[in-house]
Design a protein around this ligand. Structure first.
Ligand code: 16G
Ligand code: MG
Length: 546
């Protein structure tokens, strides 16, 4: 039996007062900040155990991403910068909800089940976003880490992807990069400058980008990084946190869901703009056309741009590497069709949540994954990295081949391979647009999105909805999928699905069709079917229109 008496005494300073039941979901724990003190302490403890188990550095990130400022949350980062292994999510839930006197019992259980040797050293790195509650909560997490005899380093204010990067650096002997925020800026800016070196004729107009920082950590970190970019990108930063409230009427989630520009940003027709979310792991682009129509370039458009670029480089390099794109059910049907039919790339559909996409993307030489909401990255297998490196050094290869290989090399250094990263994705997009001499309108014109609508339905218990086929079909409650199928048939180019949200107590409905009116109607009819067949509560859903 491990000696947990000291840990128990420390835990009494962070009691589970409210008894609110929480679940470690797709993005860790997320709720009102005031309910999280004991959860932070216990997640610090779990991170220490995970570090002993994996004999690696583990990360603890305090953030609630795009949620309102009053909320907060925490997620653990596994050794290579991935999300916490699913088997441990269950431990996290048990620990967070344990009664005071059960805490030691549950810690003991984890130690035994995982055969953790408590004398092994542990190291945990901690980061936090700019929420007013984050400093205190991260200190509580550190108390938890210390309570189990683990060492730690507090990286303070960092974006979520910066912490993922730092964890990966620690566990690869700094092969992935230097384990510091400066190391991150140096690695990314070097790759960006190398890529854009070949575009000497860009005017200041082309280099100009407007960024909505969601009044969050991304704004702060982009300001720090700006000098490293040597004016090769001219950034106008809005919603930088000096005046507005975090995620309030701004940020990537707001723009994607509302399909309109954020407040606090001045936009002229044709200007390229992008929005980060509250912890800077998502980015979406947008612009107004000359008729003042708003155009959104979401994760699907980003995946298409990056995939096109990579395929062209692989052809030039004459490298035979398999490229695949991983999307979720939310991917616009036009994007999937374009990728499969025009680009001839393999497309896979994974369940919502970064870990599902990430794992699928790991199966290919080059796996591009993006959620429509703007979270995504590119993974290069070890073998692919080696082949690219060998070609860069191959004296018998042609100039064109070597140049393409160098561009690939810089792309893989620029992209944050641990997780979706607004700053890194943005820099890659900017480099691609520069290299291809493309405007945002030309990028947008690669394919036309099908009109779509997302709505929420409140039900008594959203767990009555069970799905299969990467959430594209409902297997329960009985009759729901049949109802959806017959509704979908009535419209052309149509598709619809429903799934219980992993982050909110609602059922989400997605519909797309040939026109916006039809997408709105289909979404409405499907939400009525959910309301009737899955125990809707409150008022019947009404039609939602733009
Ligand atoms: C979380 C996920 C995100 C997903 C979203 C879906 C991570 C890091 N984040 O924010 O990928 O799109 O949940 O939310 O996995 P929903 O289940 O409420 O629709
Ligand atoms: Mg986020």
């Amino acid at each position: 039996m491990a000696d947990l008496e000291g840990a128990f005494q420390m835990s009494l300073l962070h009691p589970n007062l409210k008894g609110v039941i929480l679940q470690y979901g797709t993005a860790g724990f997320r709720t009102k900040a005031e309910e999280l003190d004991h959860v932070m302490f216990r997640m610090g403890q779990l991170a220490a155990l995970r570090s002993k188990k994996t004999k690696s550095t583990i990360g603890v990130m305090v953030t609630a991403s795009h949620n309102p400022e009053e909320d907060n949350g925490v997620k653990l980062v596994d050794p290579l910068g991935e999300m916490l292994a699913s088997a441990w999510e269950e431990y996290a839930t048990q620990l967070a909800n344990a009664e005071e006197n059960q805490l030691t019992v549950i810690l003991e259980k984890i130690i035994q089940e995982e055969k953790i040797e408590m004398h092994i050293g542990a190291f945990v790195v901690v980061g936090r976003d700019t929420r007013p509650s984050s400093l205190k909560l991260s200190q509580t997490a550190i108390d938890g880490i210390i309570s189990l005899g683990s060492k730690h380093k507090d990286y303070g204010l960092v974006t979520t992807p910066q912490l993922h990067y730092i964890v990966c650096c620690h566990n690869t002997n700094q092969m992935y990069g230097t384990a510091s925020v400066e190391g991150y800026y140096e690695k990314l800016s070097k790759a960006f400058l190398e890529l854009t070196k070949q575009t000497p004729n860009r005017t200041d107009d082309h280099k100009h980008l407007k960024v909505d920082g969601a009044n969050g950590i991304g704004a702060l970190k982009l300001k720090e990084m700006e000098n490293y970019l040597q004016k090769k990108l001219l950034i106008s930063l809005y919603n930088d946190g000096t005046a507005g409230k975090l995620n309030h009427l701004c940020g990537a989630d707001y723009v994607k869901v509302q399909q309109k520009r954020p407040e606090g940003i001045r936009m002229m027709a044709g200007e390229r703009c992008c929005s980060y979310d509250g912890d800077a792991d998502r980015v979406v682009y947008y612009y107004y056309d000359s008729a003042s129509l708003f155009h959104l370039l979401d994760g699907d458009k980003i995946a298409t741009l990056i995939t096109t670029f990579l395929k062209e480089l692989l052809t030039k390099a004459d490298l035979h590497l398999q490229v695949a794109v991983v999307q979720t059910a939310y991917a616009n049907g036009s994007s999937t069709r374009y990728l499969e039919e025009t680009m001839k790339v393999e497309v896979h559909c994974a369940k919502t949540g970064v870990k599902h996409l990430h794992h699928k993307a790991q199966q290919f030489d080059i796996g591009v994954y993006f959620e429509a909401n703007g979270h995504g990255t590119v993974l290069f297998s070890k073998d692919a990295q080696k082949k690219i490196q060998q070609l860069v050094e191959n004296q018998n290869a042609s100039k064109e081949q070597i140049n393409a290989a160098k561009l690939l090399m810089n792309t893989l250094n620029l992209i944050n391979q641990t997780v979706g990263d607004a700053i890194s994705d943005m820099l890659l997009i900017e480099a691609i647009l520069a290299l291809k001499g493309m405007t945002v309108q030309q990028w947008d014109a690669i394919y036309t999105d099908l009109p779509n609508r997302q709505v929420k339905v409140k039900v008594a218990d959203r767990r009555v909805i069970d799905t299969t086929d990467a959430e594209r079909r409902a297997v329960s409650p009985p009759g729901l999928q049949e109802a959806i199928d017959s509704l979908v048939q009535k419209y052309s180019l149509s598709r619809a699905f429903v799934r219980p949200s992993g982050t909110e107590d609602v059922v989400r409905v997605y519909a797309e069709a040939d026109t916006q009116t039809n997408a709105d109607l289909l979404a409405h009819k499907v939400s009525l079917a959910v309301y009737k067949l899955a125990g809707g509560v409150g008022e019947e859903p009404k039609v939602v229109r733009s």
